[in-house]
Design a binder for this molecule. Structure first.
Ligand code: SAH
Length: 226
């Protein structure tokens, strides 16, 4: 294949083009995402780097995609919504993320808060996520291979906690590790009956707010080498 032809092909694929990403951002705005910082970070974060090459042409569709091990990279709208909700009360310095997966949500978060602490139970997914963030020059995210039900107690407390897998109930350890005034965004429920919840810790206790129906993979038990 000559050089000219090769370039034309890359352009034709369009998967990395700014226009394709701009279209996604417009769609997120149409769907009600308002935080301009979140939108700008997502406009410039290369989601195609977080998925298999075979699926790269769908990287900027507003849809979840498989990342192996029966897991998926979250839908961009959900990433935007969760991030916007987490940040709605002001800037956050320490954020705990449960369910690193591809690392896409981690990368978005890391560009908007001081530090991200991300826990994943499947080691190979976490390794790949780590490499992607390194490639992007993102240095304020650290990773722990372990069971998210336990959080990351050694480094608690956190001003924000974001959980990207659905739990039948809110893990007690995560409530413990939420700082006073902190916010947790977490899908709660089983199967197709899940609600995205915002939980805030106040001096008098926890308050919760329901943000609507969602569909996440389940928060499983234990950590595994896969
Ligand atoms: N934010 C990720 C979503 C990945 S899907 C992304 O957009 O790519 C949810 C992830 O949670 C999966 O990688 C799954 O392995 C992980 N997970 C499930 N149960 C877990 C647990 N108990 N502890 C840590 N991670 C868990």
């Amino acid at each position: 294949m000559d050089r000219h032809h090769h370039h034309a092909l890359l352009r034709g694929a369009g998967m990395t083009s700014q226009r394709t990403r701009d279209r996604l951002i417009q769609r997120l705005m149409d769907e009600g995402i308002q935080n301009s910082q979140v939108l700008e970070v997502m406009r410039h974060t290369p989601r195609h780097m977080f998925i298999d090459e075979a699926l790269a042409n769908r990287a900027y569709d507003d849809t979840a995609l498989p990342i192996g091990h029966n897991q998926s990279i979250s839908q961009p709208y959900i990433v935007a919504r969760m991030t916007e909700t987490l940040l709605a009360a002001g800037p956050l310095d320490k954020v705990l993320e449960i369910g690193t997966g591809s690392g896409y949500q981690t990368a978005v978060l890391a560009q908007l808060v001081e530090r991200v602490f991300s826990v994943e139970r499947i080691q190979s997914l976490q390794d790949r996520a780590k490499k992607r963030l390194q490639l992007l020059g993102i240095r304020n995210a650290v990773f722990r291979w372990g069971d998210g039900w336990e959080g990351w107690p050694a480094l608690a407390s956190y001003n924000g906690i974001l959980v990207t897998a659905a739990a039948a109930e809110v893990p007690a350890a995560l409530l413990d590790q939420l700082a006073l005034g902190g916010r947790m965004v977490i899908p709660v429920g089983i199967g197709s009956l899940q609600q995205l919840m915002l939980i805030t810790r106040e001096s008098s206790g926890f308050s919760q707010q329901c943000l609507g129906g969602v569909r996440f993979v389940p928060l499983l038990n234990g950590s595994v080498i896969l």
